[in-house]
Design a protein. Sequence first.
Length: 130
Amino acid sequence: MLFDFLLGRKRKTAQTPKPEGPVQPSKPLTIEERLEQEKKNLPSSIKNMIDKDPTLKERFVKIAKQMEADGVDMSSPSAMRKWAKANQKKIREQEYGTVKPIVKGKEPGRNDPCPCGSGKKYKKCCGANK
């Protein structure tokens, strides 16, 4: 389910038969174990991509842990989608860092001294061809 969500695929819901008899309480699976189980249902091309690039799996786990920490219902694709949309900027900043805009410096005026240090006015030195 988590891979389907993160990869943007729609999941086909299948009815699973309920086991007969008493149900044994099992310990909850870790995120890594759940991702390994869900990986079995993925196409082979995506499985190979995840196996070849360990950082991809780490990114899946990191996002899933953030979702779990925020109390997102991991069995609900709509809840995961809603969380991802609300936290999209935060996720990108964590992945790629914050982007600082490039600021162009102020160009000197025609009658200002030239920034090259020649002592001439800008219009007679570096600004002569502009």
